[in-house]
Design a protein around this ligand. Sequence first.
Ligand SMILES: O=C(O)CCC(=O)C(=O)O
Ligand SMILES: [Fe+2]
Length: 208
Amino acid sequence: MNQAIADNLAPFDGELYWLRGFYPTASADDHFERLLTELTWQSEQIHLFGRWVTVPRLMAWYGDADAHYRYSGVDHAPLPWTAHLQALRGELETACEHPFNSVLANLYRDGRDSMGLHADDEPELGRNPLIASLSFGDSRLLRFRHKRGRETLDIDLAHGDLLIMAGSLQHHWRHELPKTRLAKQARINLTFRRIAAPPSPLGQSAPN
Ligand SMILES: O=C(O)CCC(=O)C(=O)O
Ligand SMILES: [Fe+2]
């Protein structure tokens, strides 16, 4: 990660870089429209406290064929990259000086859609994952809460912004996108990630 591109906003226990207007309005408008129409948006069900619950947003998972991702107990095989997502990936790899092999797309249709408190700390993301998050469409508040202390950190993510989470951030902080009563239009968020290759089904390394 090129430390020169922004200040670290995390007061301690991790790294958080906010590049406002990484994409200027005109190109951000174009990205939003293409993502909205081209991605295969799906309503997901997750198993929570013994029952199936509909996730309050639409989602899509894209990436290299081996970039499987498990969350909330569900294995997600990636859809193949679209040309547009490939282009965005290339630009972020250059900006972040870091490779990505997958992207999770979320569509928040209005202020009732949300994402609950979590850390992106699944084992397949590795120890100190660098996650590049792009926002398009209406602004929404992303709130970080320290896992042990009372500290919170609010970031109002707007059209074209890039947020980079890195270092030990996922070990020490959770984040959420709360519902809001404010009138909100649609927002798309893309989190580019690098997933480690899954272990073989027997949990053993391949024979040589
Ligand atoms: O929508 C956002 O800004 C947050 C998305 C997020 O935390 C995630 O996809 O893990
Ligand atoms: Fe997250």
